[in-house]
Design a protein. Structure first.
Ligand code: ATP
Ligand code: MG
Length: 501
């Protein structure tokens, strides 16, 4: 890859019409892509496949999140078809044995060249909040009170672990929270003191306090706050409040603390299993997090969201030096994986040469995942930041009407038949043909219900493409239209997977 990323931004990845000026480029890819289409409309086998192959053929590394069991074998076939060695494809799942201790990685940031951003409680807190605030039973989506209460709980659990034990591990965070005092009286109880991890670490932290006061007064203040939280604020919360905040964290964390995910994400990584750091993708590896939501459910989703967020952060921090590659973030059924951090990531994605591709059926999927507390602001912001939008056949009116607005209106010139004054029809010989001009949708909503979905000869999937700020030169929708109709051929997928799923 050239040292200068600017030099490859205009490299074409896919032709979107016969006119070479309409090529979809690395620049477009790094500005983000959203693919919409109803079930069976050809998202995966049409535009998804074409884009995935273009990335692989151009040497991209990437992260693939998985909703369905077919995702991993599909990427193996893509690699074969794109001429990529299978050694470029790394699967993170219980069977592969690879490990990624995300808290250790995020707290210690071993791949960073500077110490800036290391050992920050805030980084871990925001990692959890980003992943806990979307999807099913998202407590912090509902009310800022819960968000603040959860933030406080996590901040003090992490500070207690970091100061008391010198490190931050998920089993320890869960143990602190579960063994915290439930009342002021319990604090005095010798039985509680004996079995409480929270108390054990409070004691260890207290022993470190005098040294901390001298070496790092700021951190000493953090410790004072943390002690006050666990010995006073937390036991004074109402029982109901306490149990809601605690369970919003421990409920999700519990899945990671059980086999087989515990070994993958919470235990010490060995040199042999240390193959799935986010930085591997920066050098051209494709990491598939093979914990399909359809099979692993909520815990699979939670683990993948955490990995994704850590990956996004590592990608934001990367320097494009040495053997760097453009990278992609791939999420089919993206409604399971979207977070508020995606909007922020998109803002730096182009300068870090990172191409996000999200595929989902319709807009309501995102409204459900991101919440509608501020209208649909979160969804609007996400979609505003994914510049390329591809629409396949869809029966969802909300998505089709929204798509119509995305492509905007254009001035259409049509002949109109004029009748006489007063509206009385004139004899045909007196009628005149005028030119009538009006702003009409570039692509009316109904057009999205009629697109070809593939699955039958000629095995072609139609998609209508929008790319923010672009007009297409060779579009069937007219000169300088915001829309271009693209036909994506489907390919038979005969190859057998090298590794049973
Ligand atoms: N390689 C292929 N060759 C021919 N037909 C295919 C191929 N792959 C999928 N199909 C068919 O093409 C249609 C579109 O399938 P595809 O899986 O791409 O849709 P999708 O939009 O991704 O659906 P979903 O929302 O369920 O994931 C379906 O009828 C499917 O059975
Ligand atoms: Mg699909």
């Amino acid at each position: 890859m050239p040292a200068d990323p600017e030099a490859i931004l205009d490299h074409p990845l896919l032709p979107f019409s016969k006119n070479p000026a309409d090529a979809w480029t690395i620049r477009n890819a790094c500005e983000g892509t959203q693919i919409f289409g109803g079930t069976g409309s050809g998202k995966t086998s049409g535009s998804g496949r074409a884009i995935a192959l273009s990335f692989l053929k151009n040497g991209f590394g990437g992260l693939v999140l998985t909703a369905k069991n077919e995702e991993w074998p599909l990427w193996e076939r893509y690699c074969q078809q794109a001429g990529r060695p299978l050694s470029d494809l790394i699967v993170l799942d219980p069977k592969s044995g690879f490990q990624f201790n995300f808290l250790d990685y995020e707290f210690n940031r071993p791949d960073d060249e500077t110490d800036e951003g290391k050992h920050l409680t805030h980084n871990i807190v925001s990692l959890f909040l980003a992943t806990l605030s979307t999807g099913e039973a998202a407590v912090s989506n509902a009310d800022p009170f819960w968000n603040d209460a959860l933030r406080e709980l996590l901040t003090h659990a992490i500070d207690l672990a970091a100061i008391g034990s010198g490190d931050v591990h998920l089993p320890d965070l869960a143990a602190i929270i579960r063994s915290a005092p439930q009342s002021r009286a319990e604090i005095q109880s010798p039985t509680w003191q004996k079995k409480s991890r929270c108390f054990e670490l409070l004691r260890a932290a207290a022993a470190r306090a005098p040294a901390l006061k001298k070496e790092n007064p700021g951190r000493f203040n953090d410790l004072e706050e943390t002690v006050a939280y666990w010995l006073s604020d937390f036991p004074n919360l109402s029982e109901k409040t306490r149990s809601i905040i605690v369970s919003s964290f421990t409920g999700k964390a519990a899945g990671l603390l059980r086999s087989p995910l515990r070994r993958m994400f919470c235990e010490k990584v060995t040199p042999a299993t240390d193959r799935v750091r986010p930085t591997e993708t920066h050098r051209g590896k494709i990491i598939v997090v093979n914990l399909p939501v359809k099979e692993y459910g909520e815990v699979g989703r939670f683990a993948q969201m955490i990995y994704k967020t850590v990956w996004q952060r590592a990608t934001e921090r990367r320097r494009l030096a040495g053997d760097w590659r453009p990278v992609f973030l791939w999420a089919d059924e993206s409604q399971y994986f979207v977070t508020a951090e995606d909007m922020l990531f998109q803002q730096t994605a182009r300068s870090k040469m990172a191409a996000t591709v999200y595929l989902t059926q319709n807009l309501p999927n995102y409204h459900a995942a991101l919440g509608t507390r501020h209208g649909n602001a979160a969804t609007d912001s996400l979609l505003g930041n994914l510049q390329t939008k591809i629409f396949h056949a869809n029966g969802d009116p909300a998505t089709n009407e929204w798509a119509e607005r995305v492509f905007a209106r254009k001035l259409q010139v049509r002949p109109s038949f004029s009748t006489g004054i007063g509206g009385h029809s004139q004899p045909a010989s007196n009628a005149s043909t005028n030119v009538h001009q009006a702003y009409e949708p570039t692509v009316p909503a109904i057009a999205f219900t009629k697109l070809q979905k593939g699955g039958v000869p000629p095995y072609v999937v139609q998609g209508i493409v929008f790319s923010g700020g672009r007009v297409w030169k060779g579009s069937d929708f007219g000169e300088d239209a915001t829309a271009v109709m693209v036909s994506f051929p489907q390919q038979p997928e005969p190859a057998k997977c090298s590794r049973p799923n």
